[in-house]
Every structure is written in C-alpha cells, then in structure tokens.
Design a binder for this molecule. Sequence first.
Ligand SMILES: [Zn+2]
Length: 347
Amino acid sequence: MTTSPVVRDAKFYLADGDLAICSALSLGDSVTVFRVHKVVMAYHSPVFRSMLGLPPVPGTQEMYDDAPVVRVTDSAEELRALLDALYDPGALHVARWDPDAPLTLTPAMRLARKYDIDAVCKRIVDTLKESWPRSYEEWLCFRAEYAVRSTMCNPLNKEFPDSMPLWAQVPEPGAAVRFAREFDVPDLLPFAYYTLAGIGADDEWERYTRDWSMPMSRPARWGLLGREDLVHVLQGREQLGRSVEMLEHEWLSPARLKDTLEQARSGFREPCDYPEDDSQLVTMLKAVVHRPFPQCPDPLDVLESMYNISKQWPLCSGCTHALKRRIRDQQRKIWDNLHFDFRLYAQ
Ligand SMILES: [Zn+2]
C-alpha cells in the first residue's frame, strides 16, 4: 500500500477492526496503521461519519489487511491519543492540578477539534477549567487548597518530609495559556495571566525540573508564551503593582486605616466593646504582608494574608467584621478587574 515502512500500532491494531487509519509519515519515515471500528469512529465523529458514508468508487478503494484504508495527515501520537479517548473511558483523566495537563491533553484535543468530537473537547476543557478558577468564589477555594499544599511542602515544616515541591503539584500557567490560545478557551486566561504576573522571569520550568532545590518558589514555561501573551502579562503586572501600592497605602498607615475603619463601620449602631489600637493592628498587618519580590505583585494574596489573622486583630467584633467585609469587597473588585488589568476585554 505504500513504499514507506508500515508499523502496526501496538495498542490499536484490533483483530476485529474494519477500518485501517494510516498516520502521516513519522520522523523515522514510517507510517503507523491503526485498525479500528468504523462504527465507533462514525458514532463519535460527524467527519468520519460522512467520510465513511460515501460509496467507494469501484476499483479505487485502497485496502490493508482486508480493511479499507483512510489516510490522514495526523501524527501517530495524536491518533493514539484520540483513539485512547474514544476507546478507554479513563484515558482523559489527569490528576487534579497536574502541571502537565494542558500538554498531556493537547494531542487528543487537536484531533477531537479536527474531527468534531464535541464530547471529548468538552471533557478536556472542563478538566482544565477545574485547575484555573474562573470566579472569585472559585479563587477562594483554590487559595485555601494552595495554602494547605504550600504548608505541607515547606521544608521548615517537617510533618511531610516526602512532599513534592510546591511547583510540581500546582497548575502551571504557561502551558495553560498556550492551550487557551490554541483552542480558544478564554476562560483560562485571566487567572493564568495573574499567576504568571506573580512568577519571576528567571523562574523557567526547565531549570526547576533539573534542580529540585527550590521547593517553595514557582516556575513557568515562559517559552510557550507568544509575544502577545508576554505583553498582556507585563501590562497586568504593572496594574497589579499599582493595586498593591494602593492597598499598602490604605491598610498599612495608621491614619488611613482609621478612615477605612470608620467608613466600614458607618451604619453600625452598636458601640465598640473596647478601644481600638490602630498602631498595634498596623504592626500586625505589616508583619504578614510579605513582598519579597515587589516586581511580582499579588494583591489578592496580600489581602488574604491580612484576613487570615483577623482572629488576632485587637478590635471589637463589630470592627473586625466590618474590616473583614472590606477585605472581601476589595478582593472581589480586584478579581472583577482582571480582564481590564490584563487587557482581555476585547476577546
Ligand atoms: Zn470596634
């Protein structure tokens, strides 16, 4: 059937298959042939359905091992990923937050798109959406789990000595952006860009995979981003930097904090139980607002760190409640503005 060497796929050369799908030439100049079932391909894919529904022109149907041949331009790797998705119900499963998930799922996604296999496309996109919060509420849940994982793999905390480094167990934003771009899934972009804005340009994924000595910082596959993505990240990073400056101005100066508190409490009728000591509160807030890398601003996290010590605030319950609500309002506003910060509104 061809002059190139033919390799029968080890997994998908099915004895009772009635269709031979031939891959594009590999780098080694061979063709991989998959022997599968017409009915399965036609059931899942409208493209295969119409292709297989055409009556063969007599005398022109190429055959291989008694099965009619369909030649495609897809690689053997992509075909295998697609057939896995169609024949094996568990094949599309990836571990939650797997940093490789977008890359692992790309070959199947590419062909599912090409052959209009909507169920596979949807399953893959839904899987990735689970790793990238798309609302403020989802972010709060994400942040809580992230904090637990981060504590578990902190080398100072000796309770979990065998824990993987943090970066190996949380989603990686470079591959997610690449996937979102290739397959037009804009929902993944705001928080993937936000995450990239918090990662240093030197923190390249490859370097971390060679050297596991940095368990707590986080790398990105910067090389997968296009020029346009880098511009989005830089624009957003500047905007987030301004947000952090505004937060510090509001929360870390005693005079401004007093104003904030008065504003937040306006409308409250009950008097304070005990006198407020603003300077003590400011000292406590300053202690949790770490900014080791001012070029990688994370305003949502700045606010979350302050919120997390609210039990220790030297304030009455009314004031505490008012300030906690103010933090949540500010976080939601920051979240709602991510589209603008990263110039995603036109998409
Ligand atoms: Zn009070």
